[in-house]
Design a protein around this ligand. Sequence first.
Ligand code: ADP
Length: 249
Amino acid sequence: MKKILQVNHVTKTYGSQTAVNDLSLTLYEGDIYGFIGKNGAGKTTLIRMIAGLAKPTDGCILLFGSQDLAAQRSNLGTVIESPALYPNMTAYENMMVQCKLMDLSDANEHIKTVLTMTGLQNTGKKKARNFSLGMKQRLAIAIALLSFPKLLILDEPTNGLDPEGIREIRELILKLNQKYHITVLISSHILGELSKFATRYGIIHEGTLLEEFTEKELLERCRSDQTGTEDLEDYFINVIHHASHQKMH
Ligand code: ADP
């Protein structure tokens, strides 16, 4: 299987605080990788380093087998923190601003394709300020897709969305993965949501990756567990409790 992203023993410290601690993980082509952790676990810090917005204190990151992250940037689309949209512009106009920044020659074609990919093709003259939160988030994802990246990284994309918005984003991610073959890394603390579509998971706690497992392994572990673990949420809480307990002793 082709390795899309390799994080090798990455540490990030801010002063005396360690935000990410000797963390390694690998994303393979076609994965929808659910990166799970409580608030403050270190998810955004890792994602910012992958996106080239912060530098690891130690360790290295390879995108598509290369350590030259800047050169690989066009293969990577990211939505980190709340999307910066122009409220008085339409979806098309918001995307055109980004195309100009990227100096894309066939911007019109690009935008039309991505509007269709993200289901925003019928938004017409509607301005972004009148979009639902789910539509705004889809537009942020659309902007990240303008370079037709092979890897899409979404940091807590369903934060603040209502159930309908959450479903919109889930369906979009599945479509991008299955129809357009985009590999996805998605961070979240909403576990019930992630377990509906992720294919692999990593649990991060206090900057450390505690466990990594596939969808199938999660099902097997839940089935063989004697303590009533039924789903990803139960499993996650057990793993975190165990880690905290070990630390105390
Ligand atoms: P998450 O995304 O999982 O909520 P973060 O990566 O945002 O977690 O934060 C991990 C830890 O690193 C937190 O304790 C946070 O306070 C700290 N941190 C993150 N960014 C900075 C920064 N720029 N300066 C100092 N501390 C930071």
